[in-house]
Design a protein around this ligand. Structure first.
Ligand SMILES: Cc1cc2nc3c(=O)[nH]c(=O)nc-3n(C[C@H](O)[C@H](O)[C@H](O)COP(=O)(O)O)c2cc1C
Length: 305
């Protein structure tokens, strides 16, 4: 007890220095990504994000029940300004112009389309939501790797993840190359005892350059995490098991797999996800959950209307 207190007292300044170092590292990378100063980063990611903010304002405006022609003209003009001033990747430009065209026409489609569209009713309830949700567990002995098609299918489904202003900054870098997997796992601190049996590893990243506005730095991690979670559910929905692996790496460790895996430095590694088709049955860690009462509280207003 005395020893552990003494150790933690001596570690405190060192840990504070490390936290500060990680924090400064993130700030520096975010600033550099915004200015396109990082290898592999691209100013057009930033411009696309700004154009996407305007295009999304148009979509939201058009989808309002009481939308009237003439509304949203400021965002419409701003979108034109951004598109005229700077380069946007051609695929993105097409998507943005399709939104603008639907907005100009004031057309609301009856099936998925750029701009806005009607849906008759929401998602049908799953027959057994408990079965779907409680059957996903982190599997660590993952067996054979999913095929390229299975990975593409899961990533395709994961694109349904929400993202701020629909900026879709998350990316997935997948590999079945055992050397690349080993190189990344050597720097990861949670795969002892099973890392050598991982045959497919993905780095879920989020492009810092897509969050250029003030106060948006954390959005990189929020959007990336939402995508990663959706990816895990997508694999689960197609019968493929996964295990998330934290990427709480030091700044020095953070850079290494990015270079090895050729991940642009403007992208932040949010987490790693291992996937596979286990040799059933497998044992999983219990990971019991908190009760609903521990998680949920209803907030009641003390303000009398
Ligand atoms: C961001 C994140 C990082 C994780 N990192 C690790 C890890 O490094 N090693 C590991 O064995 N499990 C890791 N896990 C898995 C958790 O241990 C697991 O999700 C949790 O215990 C709940 O269990 P379940 O996924 O089986 O429901 C991670 C999960 C998340 C969401």
């Amino acid at each position: 007890m005395v020893l552990s207190k003494a150790i933690s007292a001596t570690r405190r300044p060192r840990n504070a220095a490390r936290n500060l170092w990680s924090w400064l590292y993130n700030i520096a990378l975010t600033a550099a990504a915004k200015r396109s100063h990082l290898p592999g980063s691209n100013l057009s990611v930033r411009t696309e994000a700004i154009a996407q903010i305007e295009a999304h304002r148009l979509e939201k405006s058009l989808s309002a029940t009481d939308w009237q022609p003439g509304r949203g003209q400021k965002a419409r003009a701003d979108l034109d300004k951004v598109l005229a001033a700077q380069e946007v990747p051609s695929e993105a430009r097409k998507r943005l112009l399709a939104v603008a065209a639907a907005f100009d026409a004031g057309e609301v489609a009856s099936s998925p389309a750029p701009g806005a569209y009607w849906i008759d009713r929401g998602q049908r309830a799953l027959d057994d939501p408990d079965e779907f949700f409680t059957s996903r567990r982190s599997v660590r002995e993952l067996g054979v790797a999913p095929t390229r098609e299975q990975i593409e299918r899961a990533v395709g489904l994961a694109r349904s993840a929400p993202s701020v202003c629909n900026r879709q900054a998350a990316r997935v870098h997948a590999t079945v190359d055992l050397d690349l997997i080993t190189a990344a796992l050597l720097l990861q601190n949670g795969n002892a005892g099973f890392g050598d049996r991982i045959s497919c590893l993905m780095a879920v990243t989020s492009d810092r350059a897509a969050f250029p506005l003030p106060h948006e730095m954390n959005q990189t991690w929020i959007d990336g995490s939402l995508f990663a979670m959706t990816l895990v559910w997508a694999f689960h929905s197609t019968g493929i098991s996964t295990c998330c692996l934290n990427w709480a790496a030091s700044p020095t460790a953070d850079a290494k797999p990015q270079n090895l895996w050729s991940i642009p430095r403007s992208e932040a590694v949010v987490m790693l996800v291992a996937a596979g088709l286990p040799d059933w049955p497998v044992k999983v860690a219990g990971s019991s959950r908190r009760s609903v009462a521990e998680v949920l509280s209803f907030v009641q207003s003390s303000v009398v209307p």
